[in-house]
Structure formats: C-alpha cells, structure tokens
Ligand binder design. Sequence first.
Ligand code: WTA
Length: 670
Amino acid sequence: MATTTSAPSVNITTVLHENRVFPPPKSFAKAAWIKSMAEYKKLYHESIRQPEKFWARQAKEELVWFKPWKSVLQWKLPQAKWFAGGQLNVCYNCLDRHLNTPTANKAALIWEGEPAGPGTPGEERTYTYKQLHREVCLFANVLKRNGVQKGDRVIIYLPMTPEAAMAMLACARIGAVHSVVFGGFSAQSVADRIFDSQAKVVITADGGFRRGSVVPLKKSVDDALALKDAAGNLLAKTIEKVIVLRRSNHEIHIQEGRDVWWHREVQNVEADCPAEKLESETPLFILYTSGSTGKPKGILHTTAGYLLQAKLTTKYVFDLRPEDVYWCTADVGWVTGHSYVVYGPLANGATSLMYEGAPNYPEPDRFWRIVAKYGVTILYTAPTAIRAFMKWGPQWPDKHDLSSLRLLGTVGEPINPEAWMWYREVIGHKRCPIVDTWWQTETGGIMITPLPGATPTKPGTATLPFFGVVPEVVDDQGHPVPKNSGGKLVLRRPWPGMLRGIWGDPARFVQTYWSEVPGCYFTGDGCRQDKDGYYWIVGRIDDVLNVAGHRIGTAEVESALVSHPNVAEAAVVGRSDDLKGQALVAFVTLKTGILASPGIREELRLHVAREIGPVAKPDDIRFAEMLPKTRSGKIMRRLLKQIAGGGEIKGDTTTLEDFSVLARLAAAEE
Ligand code: WTA
C-alpha cells in the first residue's frame, strides 16, 4: 500500500518572491566551473538525452578506478547498478589520489573543538592530506586487528572530531560498511541500529562536548549493549568490540576483552594498509532516517555512484577552487555531514572545516569568529541556524571580518524568503551568491540547486535540477500538474547517488519510494514550479516532520510515547514554528486513573528523549480525554493539525481537552 499523502496547495507567500531575481555576481561568471545558463543548459540536456555518455565521461574524469566498468547503468526499477564491473575505493579517491600531487601537504581537515569559555579559542587541529592518510591507514589496521572484515557493519557514535571522519574513511578503505549514529541519539536508538544492521563493532568516545557539558557517549553505548527486546533477548548481541576515543577524559567503564582504547590500539599497528579494490556496487554506508511509519529505516548507499554524486555536486554547486576554505556546519551524524563534510570535499582535494560545538556557545558569534579566524570562503548551513542568527541580531556577525566569504549555501528545509534575504545581506554583504540546495538522505547528494556562476536565484527556491535529475510535480493520480499548481515532487530518472535500498527490507523500499507514483521515485515532498520552471519545495507531505532541519517521523514519537506506562494513546502532528520551521505537538490520552499534570508532561518529554534523543522531544504535549477518530477508528490528524496550529497551550495545562464534539462533526462530514 502506498503512503497516504495528498498534493499540497500553492503557498501564497512564496509567490510574492518569485519576481525578485538575483543574477550571479560578475566575478563568478568569469571564473566559475559553469559560467552561464547556456553552459548549464547544454550540459543538463546532454545529461538527460545521453545519460550514459554524460556519466561515463564524468566517472572517467572525476574518479580513479582500479578497473574500468563494463556498463554505465543497468536499470530495472527499483534497482540500479551504476558502473557495474568496475573496481575502485572511496578512501583511495579521497586521500591516496592526492598524495603525489601538490595537494598532499594542503590541509584536508581543519578542526575546531568546542571552546572553554567566552573569547577563548577552541582546541584546534589540522591534518594535511598526507597526515590524514597516515591516520586513516593506522585506524583501518586497528579495525582489522579487532576483527572487522569486508562487508561487516561498524557503528560510529562519535562527537564532531576528526576521528569521526577517520573512522568513516577507514571503513571505506577496507570495505566495511559504516553506520554513523548522531551523538544526540539515545542508547535505545543505538541499540535499535545495532540490531537492525547486525553490526560487529562500535566506535565511540568517552564523551563529547556540547555547550560546556559532557555528552556521555560511552555510557550510552554501555546502556545500549545491555538493552533487551520484549522477549528478553539482547538487542546488540552481535557487538564484539567497542573502540573508545579519549576525548573528554571523563571517567568511564571499560569492559576487559570487549572495550579497547583508540590511542592504545594505534600503537600496535603498522601505517601500511592498501585500499581494497571494491566492486562499484559494494555497500559504503547505511544511514538511518525517519520515515512515515515504524522505526527509522537504514538507507543504503554504495561505492561508485554515491562518490561520483558527492564529488561532482561539491565541485559544481560550491564552485570549489583549490584555495577555498570550505565549511559545512552539519554533523557527520546526518547525510549532509557524510557527503559535504567528508566525502565530497576530500574527493575534490578541498580543505574541509569541522566544528564540534553549538553555534551560540559560549556566545552567539561562534560561527563568525570561526569564519574570520580561518578565512572561510564557502559556508553551508541550515535555515534553522540562519533564523536563530537573525533572532540573536546582526551585532554578532558585525563584530567580525567576514570578507573572506564568497559563497553561501543552505540545506535541510525550505528557507523562508526573509531568512534568505538576511543571509544575503548581513552575512554575504550582498556580494555572495546563495545556493539553496534540495536533496535527501536517500538521494546521496544535491538534486535541485542553483549553480552559482550561472543560475539567477530567487529567495526561497532551490531553483533548477542538477545534471541528470528529472524532477516533476504531479497530482494525486501521478499526472504532471501545470506550472504554479501544487503537487507531489517525484524524480523520473535514476541517478548515480540514489539509495540502493532499505537495509534488510526490500518490500519497504518498494512501498515507500516506488509505489506512490508508478515509474517514479517519490520524494515525500510537496512542490510547485513557477513560471520560470523553478522548483519551490513546500516541505514534507507525509507523516515526517522537519524540526530544525532534522527529520522526525511522527509514528516514531508516538510509539515512544505509548511505551510509557501511563500513556494510553498518542498522536503527534506538526505546527509551524518561527525558529525551527516545524515544532512537534503531541496529543496524549493517559491511562485511567492517571491525572494530567505539569510533572507528567515533563516526564513524557524526558521519556521521548530517552527513547529516541533530545531532538525528538515534543514541544507541546496536550492531554485529551479521547482523540478524534473516524468511524473506522483512524486518528483524524488533519483535525489535530488544525488544532495544533491554533496556538500554544494556554491557561491551566492540566485541563483535559475534549475533542469528542469536533470528532463527531468531522466524522459526519466524511
Ligand atoms: C527537506 C537533508 C526545502 C525536504 C539533506 C527533504 C529541503 C528533507 C531542502 C530531507 C531545501 C532538504 N529546501 N526542503 N533546500 N533540503 N529539505 O534526509 O523535506 O535529512 O525531503 O536530508 O529535508 O531531509 P534529510
């Protein structure tokens, strides 16, 4: 059965902005990789008319192969094989290939740790390509020494330190499949991911830093390894070793025989570790992401196609030049951190900056201090961060010299035109083009985006498709809708970086992505194309919410809530939020005899944080005597959304809301 979604209507506020056009600055048009719309169109048309020719040329020019491929694309919906017969290694393409070039001694990673207090710099480290290569080879040998073999799954649960990138690259080097778990997720989430991926090893740290406090990562891993399912079986029984990075010097429990220290292990291995020759479709990583039903699904990406997508989009969308200092502020726990902190920039021989802490710790000028300190030229961040900076005021960026910036990017959620304009004026000083990039965990890389030397931009739209991408806006029957009408966004053609499946669940893969509109990949997003053909993404139209740029499935939060002994039923919906884009509103009915109170509300929020992670904590919890349901017993989410959108909870928070009348009325309308 396909997901139940319906096409959205046009968002009037964005229509007002479609006539504000900002052409690419002249300086870009001169030096950019793609210098004009004519050049973009020529390449785009080639990528659509002769995709195999186009992608073969890109794969040959951009990647280093151990063995050439036999066919560019074998496509039998929904399964794509890109560059079958070829052999390569992602880590080799990110590191080794630069070693006999002038890039060898260039900074590959610049890392800034969380600072200790106001005005103080954070701890800092820089690795050249040569140094990073050595560290990765050493750690790849540590993995081998601890029993990791080609094809094994490895969980990476680390703070934003260079070791997170090293661990990913080390897995890629030996053909192990990494699954990075965001450090803000709970022990339960770690256990669920270990269980689903049947991972053998966890890489973690004694702790990470966040806003001056220590995040006890190793403690969460210990808890995860002790968690059991309903039948009493350990969820993480496949784990043989835990490799622990010393970061916070926080006291932790070490279990002899299972837990080993990163810094001790590297002393026992050689620095020589040849990169494995891997088939193009060898799994590279699994990244769990929320969907409209059930637990998060393990999105699978493979070697050649993913790398090509990451490399090519980084080069063209950010118009990378050798002298750039490129900073993508995403955490490696999300797909943006995979493609645009690690794989894309390193494959291009760029300098990639990593920052461990929060944007406002110790003060709200943290980002701008870093931009000025390192001379950042390209900044890629999320609309939710931009809206927070707007709220904190221009005095914070104004304190710093931002003249090194030449390009600004955004990702993760629709950007409201006001935030776009603020970014352009206050951060970019009207000098820097903005690339609003639309894509998903599933797409592996950027899909809809301006190219900064070519595409005129408008505030609030991701503009036009990248090479090889054929988006379409369709109605509920799957027919294309006219320009300026709202609809569902689908992608008509396979692309190299596309997901290859959901780990261990081929049926869910077909049902989620390939059943809604026959013959197409369904994105789950609503969209409108304007008169110039630009795509305006409206946001999710399934039961997935985008809270501060993080994907959260309402079903997941509901099941976390009902797992609390006092909860009878729960329904979670989104309401719009000025800062976070969307906020989570939970409607809860308590078990008989349990009284609603501020205490239980807080307890339920903490319970969700324990079950999933603090990112999924409901913003509002509203208690109701019963939830409005249809005659067939389905919760009427549409009604709840309207109620949730009606404002914050007012007055006495312990009053039960009575939806019975509303529900009866709505059911009668059906
Ligand atoms: C949303 C993040 C509007 C969208 C890379 C998508 C966006 C979901 C944009 C994927 C954008 C991402 N404009 N919406 N530029 N970028 N989205 O998997 O709803 O964490 O489906 O990947 O974020 O989120 P994910």
